[in-house]
Design a binder for this molecule. Structure first.
Ligand code: IPM
Ligand code: MG
Length: 359
């Protein structure tokens, strides 16, 4: 039997709760589709700080590198907010993305039809179908640029730097075009080229890469306009490719269109097939331990893992179908609850999807 090695990084806050449900669903499809999973758990984020003093222990990097894919819950919490930047839980997350060379982050914002009522947008704005793929550059830009504290005009000051190399833009642009080719062949590159030099380079490079993809209809949009267009007319978008920070912001916005940030999965990929899969939401310390967090984004991240890293497309589809079916049956965690539906907790939602996926 084929057996895959998966590293689990449950992290902090609701991380362990939602990861447990995703594992339940993965186990359900592995029995059904006849492959094995070997899990190894490792420390990342606040829990790693508490246990080892650093947010990304060397051992964690080693374990991840020795696995076929990594499933991550979420990191961060109030407790660690007082630590200096390089020792915060979030530094661990950026560190593991970078250590594994995962420069491309795919964030699909889709609306499951039964969740239309949970979207803050009007029915006529959403239409019959909403399916946007945000391709976010993940290991460059201002997240990884030079930063520090300084002084200006005798005043204390701080700075962060947005820097992109041609090679960095080229490789993410290619992922953008390849992704668009598998979808509706429409790619929107988002930047702030009216102000930022780094964005002007971004635009030049994307335009150059476009020559190799004549079938893809490329457009460019400023990020402020894109933020507005996403709520005005989201159906105009198919695939969006953008920088690390713009992708962070726009994917949160796009997620809300689909009803809740608790629904949005992500895949982080690099050169090989090993990827890191995580919900795009955070650790939600305010609801941690209450058993009410929505595990669907993490469960859908497992579906992405099966598709992109493990080449188990049928199992991925089974999870997607199971999520659709459970939503169709009316089950909702509190974040997507609307009148007339059935409110369930984290564990119950996980059980429902696992049972459905195993059918
Ligand atoms: C995300 C998160 C992270 C990011 C944080 C927790 C560092 O917001 O994955 O979108 O900004 O990348
Ligand atoms: Mg974010």
């Amino acid at each position: 039997m084929k057996t895959y090695k998966i590293t689990l990084l449950p992290g902090d806050g609701i991380g362990p709760e939602i990861t447990a449900e995703a594992v339940k669903v993965l186990n359900a499809v592995s029995s059904k589709f006849g492959f094995g999973i070997e899990y190894e758990e490792a420390l990342l984020g606040g829990i790693a700080i508490d246990n080892t003093g650093v947010p990304l222990p060397e051992d964690t990097v080693k374990t991840c590198k020795a696995s076929d894919a990594v499933l991550l819950g979420a990191v961060g919490g109030w407790k660690w907010d007082v630590l200096p930047g390089h020792l915060r839980p979030e530094a661990g997350l950026l560190g593991i993305r970078s250590a594994l060379g995962l420069y491309a982050n795919l964030r699909p914002a889709r609306i499951f039809p039964p969740l239309k009522a949970a979207s803050p947008l009007k029915d006529e704005v959403i239409g019959d179908k909403l399916d946007i793929m945000v391709v976010r550059e993940l290991t460059g830009g201002i997240y990884f640029g030079e930063r520090g504290r300084t002084e200006k005009n005798g005043d204390k000051a701080a700075f962060d730097t947005e820097l992109y190399t041609v090679r960095e833009v080229e490789r993410i642009a290619k992922i953008g075009f390849e992704t668009a080719m598998k979808r509706n062949k429409k790619l929107c590159s988002v930047d702030k080229a009216n102000v930022l030099e780094s964005s002007r380079l971004w635009r030049e490079v994307v335009t150059e890469v476009a020559k190799s993809y004549p079938e893809v209809e490329l457009s460019h949009m400023y990020v402020d306009n894109c933020a507005m267009q996403l709520v005005r007319n989201p159906r105009q978008f198919d695939t969006i490719v953008t920088s690390n920070i713009f992708g962070d912001i726009l994917s949160d916005e796009a997620s809300m269109i689909s009803g809740s940030i608790g629904m949005l999965a992500s895949a982080s990929l690099g050169e090989g097939t090993r990827g890191l899969y995580e919900p795009i939401h955070g650790s939600a310390p305010d609801i941690a331990g209450k058993g009410i967090a929505n595990p669907l984004a993490t469960i859908l991240s497992v579906a992405m893992m099966l598709e992109y890293s493990l080449n188990e497309a049928a199992a991925a589809q089974a999870i997607e179908n199971a999520v659709s079916a459970v939503l169709e049956q009316g089950y909702r965690t509190p974040d997507i609850y609307t009148e007339g539906t059935i409110k369930v907790g984290t564990v119950q939602m996980g059980d429902l999807v696992a049972n459905e996926a195993a059918k």
